[in-house]
Design a protein around this ligand. Structure first.
Ligand SMILES: Nc1nc2c([nH]c(=O)n2[C@H]2C[C@H](O)[C@@H](COP(=O)(O)OP(=O)(O)OP(=O)(O)O)O2)c(=O)[nH]1
Ligand SMILES: [Mg+2]
Length: 318
């Protein structure tokens, strides 16, 4: 079943959610308003009709957010989710449903249909994800580089330091957490979940090889979990593990991974269609590619060089 869904956002950043009728599928849970796409409709026209029928409003500015396929035991759905950034009219419960406006924290505490986990992640994540270049001995310059990116608006950072020992990684991670905190940004640690917790990181980023070793769902409570994926098999593993988002690469051939076969924008698009969570494009990209990544169904762009000091190389791995 194809479904059009609207994440309606108000000026104060709150989202409108309605309560599903007790006797409906997923009854009693909170939903983003929307409904079934009927024959002859596009997702956009269905969204327009549904929001009018359910709330008496007309969407004015909408932006594709994420597309999610989900199998409930009793039906399969594909949710075409839009961020509704402006609308006309005043929302009223035209079908007798309860509805309310929720900020991000309240949203995370609601009981939502299982398919909605990826919607909430997409709403909370930014459109760029900085991956740090491998740090060299000049740590001051390394932290200054992170700080400069944060000043340019980066809000999500992965500390990736593959060549350092555990002790130095811990120091670097603590320093990176501090810098990110000061800018209201989140830090993902490429490393062990225990270390992420100890240093106060916001999440852990798993390599594709770490993905192979985890069995079942990984429950890290309030830590974000992300993973690097290069093909659809790895995306399936990431889904089983319950990641919040993934990075798919390489979209273009890169200097840091010479010889790795590029997936191209078409490959990226196919991976986004498969993933029930937000996906960043990685590999030879910078901020000028964000629009393309979003058109292909992605959350945005992840980059080392492309988000670092205006694209300058920092070290040999950058
Ligand atoms: N509207 C909406 N549907 C969702 C969300 N998450 C989610 O899994 N779904 C599922 C639940 C349903 O199986 C399906 C929507 O179908 P529906 O039957 O409620 O659609 P509708 O509004 O056209 O319903 P109705 O007129 O028949 O009452 O999508 C969500 O956030 N919003
Ligand atoms: Mg509905």
């Amino acid at each position: 079943m194809q479904v059009a869904v609207g994440a309606i956002v108000r000026e104060d950043g709150r989202y409108l959610l309605s309560r599903r009728r007790a006797d409906a599928h997923q009854g009693g849970r909170w939903e983003f308003p929307g409904g079934k796409i009927e024959a002859g409709e596009t997702p956009e026209t269905a969204l327009d009709r549904e929001l009018y029928e359910e709330l008496g409003i007309r969407p004015l500015i909408i932006r594709p957010l994420i597309s999610i396929a989900h199998r409930y035991p009793e039906r399969h759905v594909r949710l075409h989710v839009y961020r509704v950034e402006s609308f006309s009219g005043t929302p009223e419960p035209r079908e007798g449903q309860a509805f309310d406006w929720f900020d991000e924290t309240a949203l995370c505490a609601l009981s939502l249909p299982d398919a909605n986990r990826g919607i909430v992640a997409a709403l909370r994540l930014p459109d760029r994800y900085l991956i740090t270049p491998e740090p060299d001995v000049d740590e001051a310059r390394f932290f200054a580089g992170i700080e400069a990116a944060l000043r340019r608006g980066v809000r999500l950072v992965q500390l990736r330091a593959k060549s350092v020992d555990e002790h130095r990684l811990r120091l670097l991670a603590s320093g990176a957490v501090d810098v990110c905190r000061r800018h209201g940004a989140r830090l993902m640690l490429n490393g062990r979940p225990e270390l992420a917790r100890v240093v106060g990181a916001d999440g852990v980023h798993l390599s594709a090889s770490q993905l192979q070793t985890v069995q079942g769902r990984l429950d890290l409570e309030n830590l974000y979990i992300a993973a690097s994926c290069h093909n659809e098999r790895e995306l399936v593993l990431a889904g089983r593990l319950g990641v919040d988002f993934a990075v798919c690469s390489p979209v273009r051939p890169t200097a840091s991974h010479p010889g790795a076969p590029a997936i191209g924008w078409l490959g990226f698009e196919a991976m986004c269609a498969q993933a029930p969570f937000p996906v960043y494009a990685l590999g030879g990209l910078d901020t000028t590619d964000i629009e393309e990544a979003r058109r292909r169904g992605g959350q945005g762009v992840a980059a080392i060089r492309g988000l670092w000091e205006g694209g300058q190389a920092y070290a040999r791995h950058a």
